[in-house]
Design a protein around this ligand. Sequence first.
Ligand code: BTN
Length: 326
Amino acid sequence: MKAKILALLRERGNYVSGQELCEKFGVSRTAVWKAVGQLKKEGYRIEAVQNRGYRLIQEKELYGQHELESRMHTRWAGHPVIFYDRLDSTNLQAKLDAEKGAGQGTLIVADMQSAGRGRRGRSWVSPPGTNIYFTLILKPQIPPDKASMLTPVMGLAVAEGIRETCGLETMIKWPNDIVVHGKKVCGMLAEMSVERDFIHYVVIGVGINTGRQTFPEDISATAACLEEECKAPIPRAELTANVMKAFEKHYERFVEDGDLSGLKELYNRYLVNRNREVRVLDPGGEYRGTARGVNELGELLVEREDGTVREVYAGEVSVRGIYGYV
Ligand code: BTN
């Protein structure tokens, strides 16, 4: 109920009477008063004036359970949302929860991670108070060989969520790094549990660099944070909720189509590599070509000099620009 009260006070931006809150949420005046008291303890400034009611005095966003819950405007993605001050890794926690029966749409969020995991066995540096780290649990009824298409769906959602929240021109570096002004601001790590032809669950972990920070030396040339790019503080809960809203929409389209055929055009519009020369770092041998966009399976179409087109599958290779990261 605290999150609902918070959402209503924020939406109104004015006084809401105690009576209205009681009626809306079917609780007593004392219960409303207690909930408001707890919100105040968490740091929200809520004014209470006799005969007028309660009013939220908006300040900078407080990132936590109630802020996230109160901003989630989706039907299932991000419900429930479970916030931790600290975790080893949101992906690890999500997998534990999925094993124990947590349902599709459960979102695990942490303010910091002590063992954040990146792709290819790398770590993901996850300091507190500055970035977004979350993992979404999915239980899709699709064949396991289609699960790899879920990360591009999340890629689209993050690209759109950042655009909507911060007004930045986000692009996608295939398959699912999000870049702003040519630098990486977000990475994703999907993991799944499969039994023969049945998916138990898929978890998609997302790390977004929001606040100003000093990056480790090995990534400092290619990494960026949103705050620096848009010269304003980033509301982390609002951004997380906007990503969930976009994900829910695109995921439903993906499931309906059974592949990325309905999303590939949009994805290709965001694709930073499109019509650019790329180096494909294939374990079987590096080669060059021009990236032409993805197909309905999410494979990158790379046109070679001789006119032949290769379909590049994300699991095997990475792609770089000729002159650097993109
Ligand atoms: C990459 O290497 O680009 C992927 C990084 C993924 C990081 C996110 S942060 C939230 C989630 N939990 C993890 O341990 N990793 C992912």
